[in-house]
Design a binder for this molecule. Structure first.
Ligand code: 26Q
Length: 817
């Protein structure tokens, strides 16, 4: 353990115990005689929360008086996972707590696992936001996160008869980490119309009137830093009807249902997280969510700025707002509206403030995933914002026309308004135009956005507006918490836990790569982590797996571009090869367990079909007496952050096999390597930089490159002689023959490749995928060489700390210290 601030920590285990008991008996009003693990969790959480709150208040007071430039991270998703273990790490004294809990008759792991995940996100983008909050606090940046307080997080996934079933995730029953601020509210307007008039001086005034109001109520959660006193704030907005509890006129006249209905309509706005990690087109409720959240957050930010009584031109020196994808893009016209209509600034001054304030992070190059909203919908819901968007566009069109008089086509290409029926607002273009910096999330991705979706904007603004900040992960959660033994081993060699604050220090463990003791312990830790996952697999799914097998893991949202289908087709091919072998031949085979996990968007049929196929293959393979331990297939239900903490330390190989050029970055690739696993991957996203850092001998790359994808796709459709890879054809033949259940269920999946152009290049990459898996089998047989690769890789992963990302954002984009 490491010493930190003494003011807030527990002095003794007795002090800790008495506080836990006090909270159980008073705050929770439970008797100690029927104190179960849930109550123990409550008591421990509240005891640590008390400590957190003290530092939180102090941080906010310090920041209020120093009034530095603040960073605001606007993200509709924060995939936080559990908070208690992280609170213990940051407050300190986990060992004291563990001892105290033991005396009360509880085990720390059991108590920690009582907590429900805060699952306010879909996948990578939401988890990135959570890692960033951890790094911002750890690096002492004055920063706030803003999001919605969804009543329901991402659905829980159940697998019933091999199919995904979605179950609502009502997570707020007992949440000791949030603090309602009933005095911090914002009334947010929708609908209505705009009235324009001239004032005495002849200036045009716009008034947005006759709309509906919905109230945003703030709920705050403390975000503690590691090894620092800084505890920042995550503010979540909850929606409620703006006239108090009920509409009393309706209530008094007996229209109970109508008055309650209005209440519910307002509460619907923050009711549920949209479970798509690509796109849900055109849903009015989603647009309402976006505006509600942007308006409340900006009101709050502006209110805080105005306390300082500084001139408006100082706003960008006091405020940096980062847009996590296009979801918060309405913040741009909203800040314009505040400055023009409420503060009376002139257009040019307002626009200059807006551009200097915002930065925009892009997370996808797939053009079909770029957000667009129909002009009639925006007109209806946000009439004043539509006018402002048109004015922004008009100015921009003039600018382009002046600078590129010869390229008339360009105007239509870069216009914020797409001239379709109906017309559409292109949110990514609005975000680019309204920000001073645009960044991608890995080098390849940042290069690609400059040559594809934002090509014209590079011509217009020059290349310096576009930059790269390669993603990272917090080593506190993804090394220390998920893999305490590895963290301890590293600390024992580096003389302490400084590497958790400066991950580049990991390079020093490369000196131990030949150290017998170190190697032995490193290997034992990996084995223990595999045993832990094997135990979980048995408990949760009744499947026995041998921890000595090679553990091959692919966990992430299910998507055709991420190519779980490539993986499961590869598994089927392996199975067919095993079936062909004699018992003698089988003895030479490297046993393997293929783990899959991930949620499919509820309306994404192809993704659901892939899940179904994985489960059907598992049902056949796992019960085949010829096969035994040589191959097992496991679909881990309901993949989430807390499960990732068990899964990531347990891999020998993890799969990051997207079609080249489609995965913006990926972040689980980093988590697996940091925990001593190797990667099979395509030349995509952050895999490329991971290769650069750890060395190409330490990663298994395969497949076509992103620069070849376009030609290959073209050839599939037009060359006429597109032939499916023969090995893959063999896999399809057994699927068609009904080996994994009714073939009709999988025909759309097979046909997307055979008949519909194989957009994701599954067939093109299949042979090289299979060959590379064979290389892996062979490499794994040499356990010593394998171990050397894993240790070397861990030692070279320092670059992928989210602390490094945050320092890059701070310097290149936010200009904060
Ligand atoms: C948009 C409109 C309507 C409803 C939902 C959405 C929506 C929601 C979530 C669109 C996209 C997302 C999430 C995207 C995401 O997670 N992208 C991932 O971001 C990671 C962090 O940068 C990258 O590592 C991944 O490569 C990228 O896929």
């Amino acid at each position: 353990a490491w010493k930190k601030f003494s003011a807030t920590e527990f002095k003794t285990k007795d002090e800790f115990e008495s506080e836990v008991v006090k909270h159980i008996e008073t705050t929770l009003a439970r008797s100690l005689f029927n104190c179960d693990e849930a109550a123990a969790y409550g008591g421990v959480a509240l005891a640590f929360r008390d400590r957190l709150v003290i530092e939180w208040n102090r941080t906010q007071q310090r920041q209020s008086s120093a009034d530095p430039k603040r960073v605001y991270y606007l993200s509709l998703e924060f995939l936080m996972g559990r908070a208690l273990d992280n609170a213990m790490l940051n407050v300190g004294m986990k060992d004291v707590a563990k001892e105290g809990l033991g005396e009360l008759g509880f085990r720390m792991e059991d108590v920690i696992s009582q907590e429900r995940d805060a699952a306010l996100g879909n996948g990578g983008l939401g988890r990135l936001a959570a890692c960033f909050l951890d790094s911002l606090a750890t690096l002492n940046y004055p920063a706030w996160g803003y999001a919605l307080r969804y009543k329901y997080g991402i659905f829980k996934q159940e697998i019933v008869d091999g199919y995904q079933v979605e179950v609502p995730d009502y997570w707020l029953d007992f949440n000791p980490w949030e603090f309602p601020r009933h005095d911090v509210t914002v009334d947010v307007q929708f609908y209505g119309h705009v009235r324009k008039y001239m004032d005495e001086s002849g200036k045009q005034i716009s008034v947005w009137e006759d709309g509906e109001l919905v109230t945003a109520v703030a709920y705050d959660a403390p975000i503690p830093g590691f090894g620092t006193r800084t505890t920042n704030n995550l503010r979540l907005w909850s929606s409620k009807a703006s006239h108090g509890e009920f509409d009393f006129t309706k209530f008094n006249s007996g229209e109970y249902e109508a008055s309650v209905a209005e209440q519910q309509r307002a509460e619907t706005i923050s009711a549920v997280l949209y479970p798509n990690d690509s796109l849900e087109r055109g849903k009015e409720l989603r647009l309402k969510q976006q505006y509600f959240w942007c308006a409340a957050s900006l009101f709050d930010i502006v209110r805080r700025f105005k306390k300082s009584r500084k001139a408006w031109k100082e706003f960008p020196n006091q405020v940096a707002i980062q847009l996590n994808d296009t979801h918060p893009t309405l913040a741009i016209p909203e800040l314009m509206r505040i400055l023009l209509d409420q503060e009376g600034l002139e257009w040019d001054e307002a626009w200059s403030i807006v551009q200097k304030t915002f930065g925009y992070t892009n997370h996808t190059v797939l053009p079909e995933a770029l957000e667009k909203w129909s002009v009639p919908l925006v007109q209806h819901l946000l009439p004043r914002h539509l006018q402002i968007i048109y004015d922004i566009n008009l100015n921009f069109m003039h600018y382009v026309e002046r600078n590129f008089p010869k390229d008339r086509e360009m105007l239509g290409r870069v216009s914020i308004i797409e001239e379709s029926t109906p017309k559409m607002v292109r949110m990514a273009y609005l975000a680019v135009i309204g920000s001073h910096k645009v960044n991608g999330v890995a080098e390849l991705h940042s290069d690609l956005i400059k040559t594809t979706i934002f090509k014209d904007f590079v011509k217009i603004y020059g290349p310096d507006k576009f930059t790269n900040v390669t993603n990272g992960i917090t080593p506190r959660r993804w090394l220390h918490q998920a893999n305490p033994r590895l963290s301890e081993l590293i600390a024992s060699k580096l003389g302490g836990y400084d590497f958790l604050r400066d991950l580049t220090l990991l390079h020093k463990i490369e000196a131990y790569v030949d150290d017998k003791e170190f190697r032995k312990e490193f290997q034992e830790i990996k084995y223990a982590n595999k045993v832990r996952l094997a135990k979980y697999t048995k408990e949760a799914h009744g499947i026995s797996v041998n921890p000595s097998s090679l553990f091959d893991i692919q966990v992430k949202r299910i998507h055709e571009y991420k190519r779980q289908q490539l993986n499961i087709f590869g598994v089927i091919y392996r199975y067919l090869e095993l079936k062909d072998m004699s018992p003698e031949e089988r003895k030479k085979v490297q046993p393997r367990v293929s783990f899959f996990g991930g949620k499919a968007a509820p309306g994404y049929w192809m993704a659901k079909t892939i899940i179904h196929l994985i489960n059907q293959v598992g049902a056949v393979v796992n019960n085949d007496k010829d096969i035994g331990d040589l191959l097992k297939v496991v679909f881990l239900e309901d993949y989430n952050v807390s499960k990732a903490e068990i899964i990531c330390p347990a891999s020998d190989i993890s799969e990051h096999i997207s079609t080249a050029g489609t995965e913006a970055s990926g972040t689980s690739n980093m988590k697996f390597v940091l925990n001593g696993g190797l990667v099979i991957g395509t030349c995509d996203g952050a895999n490329i930089e991971i290769t650069r850092e750890i060395g190409e001998d330490n990663i298994f790359l395969f497949g076509n490159l992103s620069e070849d994808v376009e030609d290959l796709r073209h050839a599939h459709t037009y060359s006429g002689d597109f032939a499916i890879d023969p090995k893959l054809e063999r896999v399809f033949a057994v699927i068609r023959a009904g080996r994994f259940g009714d073939a009709a269920q999988f025909s759309a999946l097979v046909n997307s490749i055979v008949e519909h152009g194989d957009y994701y290049l599954v067939s093109d990459d299949f042979a090289s995928y299979i060959d590379t898996q064979k290389l892996i089998d062979a490499a794994y047989k040499d356990q010593e060489a394998w171990l050397t690769k894993t240790i070397t890789s861990v030692s070279r992963m320092g670059f992928f700390s989210s602390d490094r990302c945050i320092d890059e954002y701070a310097e290149m984009i936010w200009n904060v210290e």
